[in-house]
Design a protein around this ligand. Structure first.
Ligand code: ZN
Length: 452
């Protein structure tokens, strides 16, 4: 199926210091509406291979490789009805494969009314090598993301930017279809599109409004109806506009993060921000907030993307009490995720989040608990973090990070209860209990799950 997903505009403090506490201005209603109104495409039943287009048969290509055993069955939640980009496991086919070597065709595109200024390679280097490194770190080395620029300079489009009629929330037809057709025609003499798994279009930053006014960046994923290139549809493509400067002064370090977010969609992940902004997931996943301090994916997404082994994911489906030792999500190896299924479509995910790897803004390490619903659409809140400290204001000092949920993790001695469902998730202590690694966070947290 085809999902255009609009990322929200960054929030920035108002220079005059007015506005909500902390200068954070959630302004995402437009984003969510744009996402919803654009979802008018037919559902595709074609089985994609994960290449740019369904149908190719390159070695190593294929659906997202989920690692699981029969014991994970009750945790492989699915929506009863078809949703655009479900959190269900496994991910639908048609998206880009998220393990192994993935080749990202990256084109820098400009227009007569928005000519590329300076070297197109400078535009490229706003996103690379950081995006490649971000995926390497998040995937524990399982995703070897290779950006390639067979056309190193600006690729001039035949029409002006204005003529394509691209606005925030613009659907694929007609503007993007025309743009893809034109860029394929322009690049085709030098590019074999069949060699790539996804397409990144880095538009000249002066095309369209500033990211501080509106964010145009968008991804069309799993779209078999897209124009063809070298005989195959350009099914998974991310378009990045303007400079995603959130005004916090961290652009040089963090401005690239719009691209891992957009590419998250080509791998089949939904938007986790909602009309209310980052209130559902905060800064705990790049599909929720992709600006400001670096942040990782949720463990649920890592399992979904094929970055966790079956042995690293525990399905807490049976009644009684079971204890698990979770190691920090940012570190390779060990148990990463416990999932407590509620029914065939929902459940609680449990993971240990600490400062490390891509998680640079964690101010209160601990056990993050969140509800996953496979039947909720992208941008409508498919994931909800359970806040261990409601209305605390949070612990982060990082600019443009949703503050309230920054201290959401549960710490030793604390418990989460769903009394209606008879479920208790208790953080029993720090350390694996083996005595070898001491009491450091690296040794893990012991988590006890009780199902009545
Ligand atoms: Zn998005």
């Amino acid at each position: 199926m085809q999902v255009p997903c609009i990322r929200p505009r960054p929030r920035r403090p108002r220079p005059d210091g007015t506005g909500p506490p902390g200068g954070r201005i959630p302004r995402r209603r437009l984003a969510a509406l744009a996402c919803v109104t654009a979802l008018t495409f037919t559902v595709s039943t074609s089985a994609g291979t994960g290449r740019l287009s369904p149908g190719t048969n390159t070695a190593g290509a294929g659906p997202i490789a989920l690692s699981h055993t029969a014991e994970h069955g009750p945790c492989m939640i699915r929506g009863a009805r078809e949703v655009q980009m479900s959190e269900g496991i496994p991910t639908s086919t048609g998206y880009t494969r998220s393990t192994g070597t993935v080749r990202a065709l990256t084109l820098m595109v400009d227009f007569s009314d928005a000519p590329g200024q300076g070297d197109a390679q400078d535009r490229y280097h706003e996103f690379f090598p950081q995006t490649r490194e971000w995926f390497r770190t998040s995937s524990y080395g399982r995703l070897d993301y290779r950006p390639e620029t067979p056309i190193p300079g600006w690729l001039r489009m035949p029409k002006s930017f204005r003529e394509y009629g691209i606005e925030r929330g613009a659907p694929f037809d007609p503007g993007y279809r025309a743009m893809v057709q034109d860029l394929v025609a322009a690049a085709d003499p030098k590019v074999d599109f069949r060699a790539y798994d996804l397409l990144n279009v880095l538009v000249s930053p002066n095309a369209g409004p500033s990211a501080l006014d509106t964010v145009l960046s968008v991804t069309f994923a799993g779209n078999p109806e897209a124009p063809t290139a070298d005989g195959l549809p350009v099914a998974n493509a991310s378009f990045v506009y303007s400079r995603q400067d959130d005004g916090s002064g961290s652009y040089d370090r963090t401005g690239y993060r719009v691209l891992p977010h957009e590419n998250g969609h080509v791998f089949g992940l939904p938007d986790l921000y909602t009309a209310e902004g980052g209130g559902a997931v905060g800064h705990w996943d790049i599909m929720s907030e992709d600006w400001g301090a670096n942040n990782d994916f949720l463990g649920w997404h890592k399992w979904k993307l094929g970055w966790l082994d079956a042995a690293q994911v525990h399905c807490a489906a049976s009644s009684g009490t079971t204890e698990y030792t979770l190691t920090p999500l940012a570190l390779a190896g060990g148990s990463k995720l416990v999932f407590v299924p509620l029914d065939g479509r929902t459940g609680y995910a449990v993971e240990l989040r600490t400062r490390g790897g891509n998680d640079e803004a964690v101010c209160r390490p601990g056990v993050l608990i969140y509800k996953v619903d496979a039947e909720v659409d992208t941008g409508m809140g498919p994931v909800t973090v359970q806040d261990a400290r409601r209305d605390s204001g949070g612990c982060t000092r990082a600019p443009n990070v949703h503050a309230e949920l920054s201290d959401a993790p549960f710490t030793p001695g604390e418990s989460f209860r769903d009394t209606a469902r008879g479920i208790t998730i208790e953080v029993a202590g720090v350390g694996a209990g083996t005595g070898a690694a001491g009491a450091g966070v690296e040794a893990g947290y012991r988590v006890r799950v009780t199902r009545e």
